[in-house]
Design a binder for this molecule. Structure first.
Ligand code: SF4
Length: 169
């Protein structure tokens, strides 16, 4: 059975959304409403288009240059269960997974439950860029982040320690 995704778009090759060449998946729908968001068209949960994990995986497999995928948005953790399936498949072919979220690592870790699939997705993410975009803290000097409150989290270490462990990529 196909695993459905609701997407705002896909970039098949990017070098600015994480280390190396990456395919970027933009989830449609975001509850955070950050002031100054660059992608306001991704906020509602109705627009965008239907895709599937299988479609994205095929695109990943077609490009031997890729080192991984990046889940962006929108809010990837609003469709965490299905994106966890994608991330697991991407790991199974030896590539890595980076994800953006408007929630903090602590919020996702404490708020994870059977329904929202947050832990399932966290368990398949290597690096998490967390926190809302804060226009008053906007910066161009931090790699892969839009504002200085955002962190790059080593998710595997953070899950085993039970607290956020930052990493620089
Ligand atoms: S979390 Fe990201 S997509 Fe959502 S409103 Fe904030 S900056 Fe925009």
């Amino acid at each position: 059975m196909e695993t459905k995704l609701r997407l705002a778009g896909v970039i098949r090759e990017s070098i600015v959304d994480g280390p190396g060449w990456r395919l970027v998946v933009f989830a449609q729908g975001c509850p955070h409403n950050c002031n100054g968001c660059q992608n306001p068209q991704t906020h509602n949960f109705i627009d965008g288009y239907d895709s599937t994990v299988e479609n994205i995986l095929n695109a990943v497999k077609e490009n031997p240059l890729l080192s991984g995928i990046t889940l962006s948005g929108g809010e990837p953790f609003s469709q965490a269960k299905h994106l966890a399936v994608l991330a697991r498949e991407v790991h199974s072919i030896g590539l890595n997974v980076m994800a953006y979220t408007g929630w903090s690592f602590e919020q996702l870790y404490a708020g994870a439950n059977e329904q929202n699939g947050w832990l399932e997705l966290l368990s398949e993410v290597d690096w998490l860029v967390d926190g809302k975009f804060e226009i008053e803290n906007k910066t161009l000097s931090l790699k892969f982040r839009g504002s200085s409150n955002q962190r790059i989290i080593d998710v595997k270490k953070s899950l085993s320690n039970g607290l956020a462990v930052e990493i620089e990529l």
